[in-house]
Design a protein around this ligand. Structure first.
Ligand code: S3P
Length: 167
């Protein structure tokens, strides 16, 4: 059985789209972390942040990773903050490979500008605002990943194929 494949990276870097491509074109099982957490909690991500707070959300992410780590041959579209917690990185490393998707702030902005589902982007929907948070996160993303793949101007199919080739 193949190991799990964890896709990490900034919000709007295409983790969900590439994960779906790996599911449909390459037969992997899929876990979309945000969706799974919202389903388990019975409320949306913005509602979890608003009523239970970010710390509770981060606990839910770690709990879900523990569960995912018991399976295999699954592609996991991780929330953008997952790789910021060393405990999460350990859990992922133990059960699979970690691939970082990188995107330019302009690419992210174009994708998230009309989106209200990401509490951390509130008041940050400018190239500078995105760039600032991206730079804060970059070292942790890079340290966590086995390798990274740039997404700008490329299709999900191309990106998925590059990932599988390099695994
Ligand atoms: C977050 C990213 C989001 C979601 C939550 C927090 C982050 O996931 O988990 O809003 O801290 O970067 P996506 O990367 O799928 O948007």
């Amino acid at each position: 059985m193949r190991e799990n494949l964890y896709l990490i990276g900034f919000m709007g870097s295409g983790k969900s789209t590439v994960a779906r491509e790996l599911q449909t074109a390459h037969g992997m099982k899929l876990v979309e972390m945000d969706e799974q957490i919202a389903e388990d909690a019975g409320m949306s991500i913005p509602d979890i942040f608003a009523t239970r707070g970010e710390a509770a959300f981060r606990e839910m992410e770690t709990e879900l990773l523990r569960e995912i780590g018991r399976g295999a041959n699954t592609v996991i579209s991780c929330g953008g903050g997952v790789a910021m917690r060393p405990e999460n990185v350990e859990l992922m490393k133990k059960s699979g490979k970690i691939v970082l998707l990188t995107a330019k702030p302009e690419t992210v902005l174009a994708r998230v500008k009309n989106d209200e589902s990401r509490p951390l982007l509130k008041g940050r929907k400018t190239t500078e605002g995105i760039s600032e948070l991206m730079e804060q996160r970059r070292p942790a993303y890079e340290a966590a990943s086995d390798f990274s793949v740039p997404v700008d101007g490329r299709s999900a199919a191309e990106i998925a194929e590059e990932i599988l080739r390099r695994l």
